[in-house]
Design a protein around this ligand. Structure first.
Ligand SMILES: Cc1cc2nc3c(=O)[nH]c(=O)nc-3n(C[C@H](O)[C@H](O)[C@H](O)COP(=O)(O)OP(=O)(O)OC[C@H]3O[C@@H](n4cnc5c(N)ncnc54)[C@H](O)[C@@H]3O)c2cc1C
Length: 572
């Protein structure tokens, strides 16, 4: 390798956010290099095969990207992205099949469904749901000097324009429960299930001021925005492959086994990176002509890759104090000898061909009393579960949701149905220490079996060949992009949304170090999920700073406000 290897842009971390911004910038004609420490790219959008033929998604599974401008702008269909638009089985109609509760399948009544359709914008002519999703996630935060008002917050503009009868200043104070209560009479179970879907997806349905982000966290992952929650051919890692192919086709150089040890800063400007000695390359310094983008964990970036000598102490303290108390996920996959069978009360959760459609389960009568008991357990008491299994909650991704061409299990005569996800506390907020859930895994696994056993009748030790578990601590250790073991910690914090942020100066991906930008789920609005959102949002900043000049394919967010003194990212 030449000692003076140079690129216009260096991206540290090859997860989906780093790869998205790399693809966007390379499409603008810039030379871009991604440096990834692990042997495989994709970050937490990985598939693993711990035993031959058992393909697991230990982290990301579902496609939350239906409304992303990136589908058009990066033209992912050219690079192999395929979405299965047809449900595999005619019975696949989750709104019709109903949702699992402690009292059997709950069927949403027409009035509640119509009420939900109204607040979600489905029923307007034309529907404003895509606009709402883009306004909430695929839009850079306003510049720090712009005071946020009821008039300029993008999703407020969407309601004002399309649904003035629903617009009220209260939208900025309400919880998602309040918003649903205002417009939907009755439908308690539906409201609770929707709040639970929000909780396993993004913003909490019970947080004040989160009504719209929580609603959009549901809309982003449910039909019609995506045909099926998993959907992409090759599953979510298949989506990543298409994204990477796109990046490579535009000339990105992507290197694995290249851990970055230091972002080199010269006179207050990021000018390149130094790889760890373990990187299998001769020259350990790689230079950036225009910018270094850190697409890995925000704490790792500032504590390890930059270090206190280049940073203000107060700022570093705020980074280390970032709240990760929004909970995390305990992820289980069971490899079984027999296909799972569901108890008679949950028979509707199976398609005619005996395939589990999956979905959320909210215990007891599935009212918000049960929801709050579950949240109190996961986020308040923390640590080991105490609620009787029948009153617990879980999200179980059924086989039905997977792409037929890439099944989870190819072992003859064996089956996988999962993941089975439960919300638990983040490691650092566990009163018994960050490793607690790993230490009490046997207890957790037994509890989860009991929980799953409420709906499933043959998930027992005779049937189970192997249990694969990914605790939040596993995720955090195995993948440093996931501080808190998920995207939850920060996504569930108000600070990540349109209102207040602990680090407003980072909101648009810029840092106090010239030439250093951020593009990771933990550092950028809107955080995890929302495919291509961090990269799309950062593109506005890269254009403003004169670093990227996209072609006619580019269009900015309609709610974008240019920053004073910068080049506008609006398409001329
Ligand atoms: C249990 C769980 C379930 C999830 N479910 C979903 C889902 O259903 N759908 C969905 O869309 N998302 C889901 N997510 C979230 C999703 O996985 C993350 O939001 C997403 O992976 C974040 O992407 P990223 O590029 O920001 O970061 P990451 O995926 O964390 O990528 C960062 C990359 O940087 C690399 N890196 C770190 N430090 C260095 C260094 N010093 N040098 C070089 N490389 C480095 C890491 O190895 C990693 O590859 C889930 C996450 C978890 C934990």
């Amino acid at each position: 390798m030449a000692a003076d290897e140079r690129y216009d842009i260096i991206v540290v971390g090859g997860g989906h956010n780093g790869t998205t911004i790399a693809a966007y910038l390379a499409k603008c004609g810039l030379s871009v290099c991604i440096l990834e420490e692990r042997p495989e790219l994709g970050g937490a959008q990985e598939n693993t095969e711990p035993v031959a033929g058992a393909r697991l998604s230990p982290h990301a599974i579902a496609n939350y990207g239906g409304a992303a401008p990136g589908w058009e702008q990066l033209e992912l269909w050219k690079y192999g992205f395929r979405m299965d638009l047809h449900a595999r089985h005619p019975e696949y109609r989750p709104m019709a099949t109903g949702f699992m509760t402690g009292e059997g399948m709950y069927q949403i009544d027409d009035e509640s469904a119509m009420g939900f359709g109204k607040i979600a914008g489905y029923l307007a002519t034309p529907s404003f749901t895509q606009e709402l999703l883009r306004a909430t996630f695929w839009c850079p935060p306003h510049p720090p000097e712009v005071e946020l008002t009821t008039e300029n917050i993008p999703y407020m503009q969407v309601y004002k324009k399309h649904a003035p009868d629903m617009w009220t200043e209260e939208l900025l104070r309400w919880t998602m429960f309040d918003f649903m209560d205002e417009h939907i009479k009755g439908g308690e179970q539906m409201k609770t299930v929707m709040a639970y879907i929000a909780a396993v997806s993004g913003a909490f349905g019970h947080h004040e001021g989160q009504a719209i982000p929580a609603l959009c966290s549901v809309l982003a992952c449910t039909p019609p925005f995506i045909p099926r929650p998993v959907g992409p051919r090759g599953n979510i890692h298949g989506y990543y492959h298409a994204l990477l192919r796109c990046a490579l086709a535009h000339g990105v150089v992507a290197r694995t086994c290249c851990p970055v040890e230091e972002i080199i800063i010269n006179n207050g400007t990021a000018v390149g990176v130094r790889l760890k000695d373990t990187a299998p390359r001769g020259e350990k310094r790689i230079w950036a002509n225009k910018a270094v983008i850190s697409a890995c964990d925000i704490r790792h970036t500032f504590n390890k890759l930059i270090g206190p000598s280049h940073l203000d102490r107060g700022f570093l303290q705020r980074i280390n104090d970032l709240s990760a108390k929004g909970g995390s996920l305990y992820v289980t996959h069971w490899l079984t000898k027999n296909q799972l069978k569901f108890r008679p009360a949950y028979a509707a959760a199976m398609s005619g061909e005996g395939v589990f459609t999956g979905g959320p389960y909210v215990g007891g009568a599935a009212t918000r009393k049960e929801y709050f008991a579950h949240m109190a357990e996961a986020l308040g008491w923390k640590g080991r579960p105490r609620l009787p299994a029948k009153q617990g909650c879980f999200l179980w991704v059924g086989n039905q949701n997977y792409d037929e061409t890439h099944p989870q299990c190819t072992r003859p005569g064996q089956y996988i149905c999962g993941p089975f996800d439960t919300i638990v506390s983040t490691p650092e907020y566990d009163p018994e220490g960050p490793e607690n859930l790993n230490k009490i895994r046997a207890e957790m696994d037994a509890y989860n079996l009991e929980l799953a056993g409420v709906v499933c009748e043959n998930l027992d030790h005779d049937n189970i060949v192997k249990t694969f578990v990914n605790t939040p601590w596993d995720s955090e250790l195995r993948n440093c992009g996931l501080f808190g073991g998920s995207w939850y910690g920060v996504r569930h914090s108000k600070d990540e949304w349109w209102t207040t942020r602990p680090t407003p100066e980072l909101a648009r991906g810029r840092t106090q170090i010239d030439g250093l930008y951020l593009c990771h789920q933990s550092s950028m609005h809107p955080g995890g999920l929302c495919l291509m959102a961090c990269g799309y949002n950062l593109m506005h900043t890269m254009i403003e700073d004169g670093l990227a000049k996209p072609g006619a394919w580019w269009y900015e967010s309609p709610w974008y406000i240019p920053q004073d003194g910068k080049i506008s990212a609006k398409r001329p």
